[in-house]
Design a protein around this ligand. Sequence first.
Ligand SMILES: *Cc1c(COP(=O)(O)O)cnc(C)c1O
Length: 386
Amino acid sequence: MANYKNIESALIHGGISTDPTTGAVNVPIYQTSTYRQSGLGEEPKWEYSRTGNPTRAALEALIAELEHGKAGFAFGSGMAAITAVLSLFEAGDRVLISSNVYGGTFRVLDKVFNHFNIRYSIEDTTDLDALEKKITPDVKAILVESPANPLLTVTDLAGVAAIAKKHGILSIADNTFMTPYLQRPIELGVDIVIHSATKYLGGHSDVVAGLVVVNDDALAQRLAFIQNSTGGVLAPFDSFLLIRGIKTLGVRLDRHVQNAEKAAAYLQNHKAVKKVYYPGLPGAQGYEINKRQAKNGGAMISFELNENYDIKKFFKALKLVSLAESLGGVESLVCHPASMTHAAIPYEVRQSVGITDGLIRLSVGIESIDDILADLEQAIAESGEE
Ligand SMILES: *Cc1c(COP(=O)(O)O)cnc(C)c1O
């Protein structure tokens, strides 16, 4: 039995945290594709690394423990994880998705799963009554992000899980923006949790990975089958990097969030800023729901500058903060969702859900907040009218 009670300790000691054969305090990188078997028909524990690898297994046990689920699965990217989950569905099935989801989630449904006649509808998942009315007999799942990407829209996860249960369909939450340190959807009744571990879980912008956690044995068996059959597994070295990253998730996120709260307040009070999206700001959409289901507002902020500021100049002028795709690393990053992370979503759809061409997304890093704010300040000044 675990000799700890709190997630700060589970981040470090959870799953399989020491090597069972040598006692090494870190599970080594088992860089092997196959395993010597002792004899025919003797059911070896390890047989082939697509099916199972001890380093990956340590990571899978760790994420299952952190999310309070029964089983975890590690994939070569967040999109491989999402693809595996969507592979649970059959031709004729439909998935309802939040109106602002990661662009790649939209794209894989719109351009790949449509080949197999697995369909999607974009819904406003913040309105539970309206959402429930959209459940037709072909709907087999509701996939949400909370806070969603990039408008940080909050969806009531327990509410979505309850609706899904009532209709006998699956609820799926992409928990990338929060991580189990801030929010645990399975505790709220959600069936499947997905992560792009490339972001906060890895935390150092040096690994691309995806994770899935479920809390049901039958679902776990189906996902294990899909993982082994389709083969998008995470490599042993990347599994090791992720375990290493997760150990510091708690201290990193404490600083990320502390900085984000200061940055959100700074932006909200700035005369050049038209609108700030941050679920940790009192008065933000879903503020109360987020407070109930998550530890705090996380460390992602989106904002718009007033019309007389030139965002091209703003991005160009930033020095400490880098213009880049991705988020959740120790370094502060900004992106322009309309042309970067959400470019796969057609212009009209982007406009209708509020992803305007002026929207800026900021992943607040763990540098000195004074340095981050000074950089934003000089870039805003640089982008204003002369
Ligand atoms: C980045 C991201 C993904 C995709 O993950 P990859 O690791 O880039 O494949 C999915 N969902 C969200 C919310 C993301 O931010």
